[in-house]
Every structure is written in C-alpha cells, then in structure tokens.
Design a protein around this ligand. Sequence first.
Ligand SMILES: CC(=O)SCCNC(=O)CCNC(=O)[C@H](O)C(C)(C)COP(=O)(O)OP(=O)(O)OC[C@H]1O[C@@H](n2cnc3c(N)ncnc32)[C@H](O)[C@@H]1OP(=O)(O)O
Ligand SMILES: CC(=O)C(=O)O
Length: 537
Amino acid sequence: MAPTSDGFHVYDTTLRDGAQQEGLALTVADKLAIARHLDELGVGFIEGGWPGASPKDTEFFRRAQTELTLHNAQLAAFGSTRRAGTKAADDPLVAALREARTPVVTLVAKSHALHVEKALRTTTDEGLAMLRDTIDHLRSEGARVFIDAEHFFDGYRYDPKYAVEFVRVAAESGAEVIALCDTNGGMLPNEVADAVGEVLAASSAKLGIHCHNDAGCAVANTLAAVDAGATHVQGTLNGYGERTGNADLVTIVANLELKRRMKLLAGNGLQESTRISHAVSEITNVPPYARQPYVGASAFAHKAGLHASAIKVDPDLYQHVDPSLVGNDMRLLVSEMAGRASVELKGRELGYDLSSDREAQTRLTDRVKELEARGYTFEVADASFELLLLEVLEGARRRWFEVESWRALMDARGGEVALAEATVKIHAAGERHVATGEGNGPVNALDAALRLALCAAYPVIDRFSLVDYKVRIVDTGHGTGAVTRVLIETGDGSGETWTTVGVAANIIEASWEALVDAMSFGLLRAGVEPVPAKPTE
Ligand SMILES: CC(=O)SCCNC(=O)CCNC(=O)[C@H](O)C(C)(C)COP(=O)(O)OP(=O)(O)OC[C@H]1O[C@@H](n2cnc3c(N)ncnc32)[C@H](O)[C@@H]1OP(=O)(O)O
Ligand SMILES: CC(=O)C(=O)O
C-alpha cells in the first residue's frame, strides 16, 4: 500500500550526524547558513547539533534564537537521556537541551539491551527509567520529544522483547516519534522492513527511520521502512555522516516524491535540490560527488552513442526521471563512444544546429574518435570540442593569431629550478608581437608570455586567468616517452570557465596546445572576430 504524506516528517540531521563526517568541520556561521538552505529546501525539521556537548553547538542554538528565521522547518536540539543513577532535572546535558529553547528535542537512547549493560554499565530497567524520566522532564518543560532509538535493529535481533518494550515506554511517556536507528549501518532492506512491520503490529507508536550507509543500503533501508509503515525519515544532505555516511535525504525525498507520489517538501523544494546540494558543498568544502543520485553533475550525463540516438527521439528513453524535476540538467558527453546523434545533441547544447547536415555529423564524429584514439578527451574539454566543431563546419580552424615561434627555458641552480622563462612570437591584428614571460615553471612562463603578446592586440585577454591545470600520462607503456594529456581550465573573472585539451609526447608542447585553445576560445566567447581563415591542411 502506498504511504500517504499527511503527517509524514522529513527530518534533517546534516548539522548533527552529518557533521560527524571525517574531515568536516563547520563554524557556527556555516551551520546557520546550512540551516537556511535546509529551510529553503522545505524539510520539516532541522537537527542543529548537541547543545552542551561543545561550545560551538551551544553557541549555534543561542544565535539561532535571534539570527535564524525559519519559514518551513522546526529546529530540534539533540542530546542523550540523563545518565544512569541521576535525575533528568539535575543532568547538565539535559539542562543544555532545555536552554537551547527549541520546539523539538531529540533524545538518543539505547534500545539494545547489551549496550545498556555494557556501554552504560547499568540494568535494562534503569535504561528504561532514564528514557521515561528524561521524556517526562522535557515534556513538562514544554518540548516536543522525539527519540532516536540507537542500535535498534541490532538490538531487536538480540533481544526483541526489550527493544519493543523500549518503544512502548517511549511512546507511553509522550515521545511523538520513535526513530529506529540502524546505527552501525549493517542492515538489509528485508530486515528493516520486517522489524518495522513487527514493531508496528505490537505498538501504536509513530515510527521513524534513521539509517547509516555501511552496507550501501541506507536509502533502500529507509524506503523499506517507509513501505512497512514508518512515517518519519531522517537523513543528511549529500549523505554526509560518520564512516560511510547517513542516508542521503535528497535521494530519499526524490524517490518518495517522484516515485511514490508523496508531497513531502514545502514549496518547490525538490526543484531547488540540485542548487541547494551544491551550495551546501561550498559551505562544507567537501567537493560535490558527481555520481550522486538525482543532483550529481553526472546524474543525467550521457556518453554512449546509442543512448544519445534514442535521447534525440525522446529523453525519457534513457532517463528514469526528468532532470528538471530536481533542478538538474541533462548533458551530452562527446567522446570516442559518440555517434552522430551525440555530436548533433552536443552541438545543439552549444548553440549549433547540425540536424540537417548528416555529413558534418559524420565528419565531426570521425574526427573526435580519431583524436580520442591519440589521447585527446573531449567530454571534459567542451571549449576544444567547440573549436573542433567550428573547424569541421567551416572547413578551416578559426584563428585569432598566427604563431611564428615559441620557446621555454629553465634555469636550474644548485639542483633547483630558479626561474623559467619563455618567449612567444605571434602575429595578431596585423602586427608582430614578441613577448617574454617568467614563471615558476615553463608552462607558467609560457602562459605569461602568450598572454602578454596577445594583450597588445586583444586587451580582453587581460581578464583571462588559469583556473586549473591537470596532466595525465595516457600511454603508460612508454615511460618518460609516453603521451601526455593536459587539460587547462580558464576563467574570465565572471565565474564562467572553459576547459581545453592538448596532447603531445612532450608535456610543454601539450600545454602549449591547450593554452592556444584556451586563449582562442576566450576570444570566441568575447565575440572577437578571427583573422581570415586559411583552409585546414
Ligand atoms: C549514534 C550517535 O551518533 S549518538 C551521537 C554521538 N555524538 C557525539 O558523541 C558527539 C558529542 N559528544 C560529546 O561531546 C561527548 O561525548 C559528551 C559531551 C556527550 C560526553 O562526554 P563525556 O562526559 O566526556 O563522556 P564520553 O564521551 O566518554 O561519553 C560516555 C558517557 O556518556 C554516557 N552515555 C552514552 N550514551 C548515553 C545515552 N544514550 N544516554 C545517557 N548516557 C549515555 C555513558 O554512560 C558515559 O557516561 P559515564 O562517563 O558516566 O560513564
Ligand atoms: C542517533 C544516531 O545517530 C544513530 O543511532 O545512528
């Protein structure tokens, strides 16, 4: 039976469990900024952290009271139940939860009998008393209380009676939600579904699900729990989290909204999800994962020629959903696996209509395959591909300058390169330009010299800068004589960048080719007229 979305909770724990990811360290300002993005995404609850556990999280909740205006979400403070043998009213960490003044408090409590005995070093009766007492206390202070039943599924396997009793006590004490946690992330979907179904048969509690991805099943387990009757899902943006991460909240929600027809996010949240996922990556400084479902840069990128030929007829033939539903875009990749349809669609993406010129499609496809066999790669070098496309269409390479000669020298002293120097001689705008550049390496010096020579003819070049430079040996059988591929990313200060490729046996020569394409494409983008064409030899 399909679940309904009435009263269904989408609960985000990026700022608490997500922040437990190795290498992720958020400032209070970062946390506030991410909370605003999550609210814009339209989740129902944002777990902000554990007040009292660290000064930063205490500060986050203090500042949230005045600096965070949420339009869709309620803020939740996370913490544990009172310690064994104490009173909730006297527990300093419970006091910090009260002082966070959030509408919701989420308490983590141990639902695995062995963990109560071994980790808390107390009895299961005391474990249940800690749960009951802390819920009572926080409810009497006016908070809505949710429970994270830690290690629930392992605990259910170990001692189902205690695990079910835990859920019953939590619900009877007034907890609104009991989120069953696969804390160690080792469950499989059928195990989760069975346990959720059985607990629901034994209790009327509202159950939630909180999964980790250690067995690669976090999203599948979450969906299995929803199918079995859970009505509260927890996850993190981009699947951040301890070890292999938490269930990716956007993937969960996209699956439920698009495939189960549930409306879960406020407003048009789902359509904003790609943008928000990437905006949060900027804040966390964790590079976006290109193959992330729905929102990754490669999620709707098509490389195989046969796929492109079907997509040309109808994109749905090779896509499980329309990318615009999650704010993503379809992209066509041109490579040695391209066919005519690939280059036609890529051309369309770049603003060129090749649809009626089958012969040009064939020539371009053949040229791409021939160059890729020599080590070029066009799927990431759109700018070099566009220059190639124009060359095929026009029968000649567009040029903005003629290269008379170039050279690069290195001066090594005491075993270290002290200076690299390059001289470039070109003809542009009817004149000969000679420039010398220096740099910390020969490519850097060549870049400086070429830029200087070109600036005299085309002042716009001054805005161009090298953003990234990557080298790869593509023919590993030849040691130092192998073929080298260079990819250069160039920007013009507007935030837009373009990538070009060069291939040669010599790294400097490969870099020069990519640099020439980089400057040429920048001039093309800037609308500068090329010099009159010479036919391609
Ligand atoms: C599954 C999860 O991810 S839950 C979230 C986990 N997150 C974190 O641990 C991050 C924040 N944690 C912290 O800053 C610290 O661990 C604190 C402040 C919570 C506790 O610090 P400390 O007092 O130094 O103790 P420590 O880190 O060793 O934690 C163990 C204590 O917590 C108690 N404890 C552990 N789980 C629970 C629980 N669910 N309920 C009550 N007490 C608990 C243990 O019994 C132990 O108490 P004891 O010191 O009296 O023996
Ligand atoms: C509470 C929690 O994060 C867990 O059990 O995984």
